[in-house]
Design a protein around this ligand. Structure first.
Ligand code: HEM
Length: 238
């Protein structure tokens, strides 16, 4: 137990916690992005079936039922995700306060400008993403800030939500912040977890960049397609 506590107290321990929770969160954001792409699946509104995105939403809500309680798996996933977010943020906060204390003890010059710029961007990026996720849940999950929200109508909620240009632009900016955060996060997680192979070392930056670009394009495709559908004859519409 003492060894675990000592590891947590060290900055390597906190960085490892951030890397492990970060990998879990990156897994979620890629899975969620892939799920959102169901918005593009073809569907006949007159055919009397739910849109594939609505079916997918229903599948996630009902997963494991009736063997497990209704919404059971969904709530376990939500709690695990929330715990990962809280641990990630708390470890980041403790690392920040620790490095600030070290700087005031005279180590300021030792810290490279580039590193401090990147970590400042990561801190602010993290706060922006956190605030975005709160807004996003109130928008598409509970509907509190969505003027045309309909429970279970995931596709219709997306289209009516993104038909507001400021809302769609806000999502695009937030996803941009997320992609930059993931870029730097993946890049530094390799270092923290001690991947020291020379080939991996060379691939680290391009791999992080490629994943961040896929994430950005995958996410923005939905609001961009809804805006396109609003202004032109191609794009997502109801
Ligand atoms: C354009 C980008 C995005 C779109 C179109 C989108 C779409 C959606 C939709 C439609 C829901 C509600 C699903 C349902 O209730 O069945 C949802 C929930 C959610 N999204 Fe997103 N999302 C986007 C970006 C993000 C990002 C970047 C994150 C995280 C950083 C995120 C995290 C979540 C979370 C945590 C939930 C709540 C899941 C739950 O508890 O049921 N989303 N999203």
């Amino acid at each position: 137990m003492n060894r675990v506590l000592n590891l947590y107290r060290s900055s390597v321990g906190k960085k490892s916690l951030m890397a492990v929770t970060g990998i879990l969160l990156v897994g979620f954001v890629f899975g969620h992005m892939a799920g959102n792409l169901k918005a593009f699946q073809s569907w006949d509104p007159a055919g009397g079936t739910l849109h594939p995105l609505d079916q997918y939403g229903e599948f996630l809500r009902e997963f494991g039922y009736p063997i497990l309680p209704e919404y059971g798996v969904l709530w376990v996933a939500r709690i695990a995700l929330l715990a990962a977010v809280l641990v990630h943020m708390f470890a980041a906060y403790r690392l920040w306060t620790q490095s600030r204390a070290a700087r005031t003890r005279g180590y300021r010059k030792a810290e490279s400008q580039v590193f401090s710029y990147a970590s400042r961007t990561m801190r602010w990026g993290g706060v922006i993403i956190f605030l975005f996720v709160i807004y996003h849940i109130l928008h598409f999950t509970t509907g509190d800030v969505h003027p045309d929200f309909e429970y279970g109508a995931v596709y219709a909620n997306l289209v009516t939500g993104f038909q507001s240009t400021p809302v769609a632009l806000f999502y695009i900016v937030a996803v941009g912040a997320l992609s930059l955060h993931v870029y730097h996060g993946i890049w530094s997680a390799f270092a923290t977890l001690g991947v020291q192979n020379a080939r991996v070392e060379r691939a680290r930056r391009p791999l992080a960049a490629a994943l961040a670009i896929v994430l950005f394009l995958g996410y923005i495709s939905v609001p961009v397609a809804v805006l396109a559908g609003r202004w032109t004859s191609i794009g997502l519409t109801l």
